[in-house]
Design a protein around this ligand. Structure first.
Ligand code: KMH
Ligand code: ZN
Length: 407
């Protein structure tokens, strides 16, 4: 803030100066999103939170929080990061210091418009429709925890259909034995896949993670389903993590073995990322031809013993994936427990895809059990709407993931 900006006594700078910075940030965001400078339409709120003086250094930052057809909702923050040092005999007049912690001086929310006729369609800044995955059963959740958990093939199929009606386009599938315990038996998957496909054309993604303690051969059971019963996708777990009190083992040789089995089957792998280093392992698998583009990543955040479900962690993973993975890689995020819906909201805002369902979380609100996974899918769909994201239909999801249309 140059000396010429001092407008009031004590060298205070006029608050409008912060809005000028936000205007420039908004312009960059419009260009990134739509290939046009856009127009600022209105501020919904502006808060001045700390004084700004001539000589202060201010950093301004903005994010797009809502993607409308021609409008972009944005949030801005300005932080003071450097202040001039009070002049003493032993300092120069130009002395200045970095603040130990930036001070937030202004926050604002507003809307910009880029008219349809000037939006450049070749700019890849706008997010695509959001693919909602429903993880309807998992290996660990029990009926005692949530009585709405589907277990047999008919229950899984009915729940899958409800989830599709609520907005899901992918079903992440585990199966259970007759006693309700986790199973990776091929025939049980076949029965569930047939029952689901009798009701809906949804993308079926079988788990090859199974339950803690299973061998690779056991976990590969669903890959016995071929031909008309073949799953279109299968998960690929690439790294070992602590998993609550257990250890979810994915040794390098076992991961390569599973990647080869999935490749031979023809399913598209979804690479499960529970911790930052798993992205490096995934990049290595790509390098060695064990996984090939197009690649879909699932960030599973909030497992006790792995990476926490925070905005910063997710942003780091997205950034790192852009550095390490081939162009066109897509990502989704699954938050565990109470992090599920906040992570779905972030996915909607940051242009990714969301996974919800009873495998990862049994509550729809604090202390209120979800009556199946469909109400959680409906919540994720609402969050997409809030952020101006379209919800991918099953056929749109196939296109976005690079899957072939099903005959
Ligand atoms: N049940 C977890 C130990 C997957 O489906 O690929 C592993 C899991 C991952 O659910
Ligand atoms: Zn799973």
């Amino acid at each position: 803030m140059g000396a010429n900006y001092a407008h009031y006594a004590g060298g205070l700078v006029d608050g409008a100066k912060m809005l000028e910075l936000f205007g420039d940030v908004a312009t960059e965001l419009c260009i990134r999103a739509d290939g046009d400078e856009g127009l600022f339409r209105a501020y919904d709120s502006v808060e001045f939170l700390a004084p700004v003086r001539a000589g202060d250094f201010i950093e301004a930052e903005g994010t797009i929080t809502r993607w409308g057809k021609t409008s972009l909702g944005m949030e801005f923050v300005a932080r003071k990061v450097i202040v001039p040092t009070p002049h003493r005999d032993d300092t120069f007049e130009s002395s200045a210091d970095l603040l130990p912690e930036p001070i937030v001086v202004c926050r604002a929310r507003g809307t910009c418009v880029v008219p349809e006729n000037v939006r450049r369609k070749d700019v890849v800044g706008r997010p695509t429709a959001c693919i909602i995955t429903a993880a309807i059963v998992g290996a660990e959740t029990t009926r005692a925890q949530n009585p709405h958990l589907p277990l047999n093939a008919d229950e899984l199929a009915a729940e899958a259909e409800r989830c599709v009606q609520a907005g899901a386009s992918v079903i992440h599938l585990h199966v259970r034995d007759d006693a309700g315990r986790a199973s990776q038996e091929g025939p049980r998957f076949r029965a569930a896949i047939r029952a689901i496909r009798a009701r809906t054309d949804v993308i079926i993604q079988t788990s090859t993670g199974g339950a803690v303690g299973m061998t690779v051969a056991e976990r590969a059971g669903p890959l016995e389903c071929t031909g008309a019963d073949a799953p279109e996708m299968a998960t690929l777990n690439v790294g070992t993590i602590n998993f609550g009190e257990d250890v979810f083992m994915n040794k390098a040789a076992d991961t390569s073995d599973m990647a080869r089995r999935i490749g031979a089957h023809g399913a598209m792998p979804e690479v499960e990322i529970y911790d930052a280093g798993h992205l490096d392992i995934a990049a290595d698998l790509v390098k060695h031809g064990l996984v090939s583009a197009p690649i879909h990543l699932q960030f599973v955040l909030g497992v006790k013993g792995a990476l926490a479900a925070t905005e910063r962690n997710l942003e780091y993973l997205i950034e790192r994936a852009e550095e390490l993975m081939p162009a066109g890689t897509t990502w989704g995020v699954a938050g565990i427990g109470r992090h599920q819906l906040p992570m779905a909201a972030l996915a909607a805002r940051l242009g990714g895809n969301a996974r919800v369902g009873l495998e990862d979380n049994i509550y729809v609100d604090k202390g209120v059990l979800a009556e199946g996974s469909a109400p959680l899918v409906a919540r994720a769909a609402e969050l997409c709407k809030v952020h101006g994201r379209a919800i991918a239909s099953v056929s749109e999801a196939r296109t976005l993931l690079g899957l072939k249309a099903r005959a």
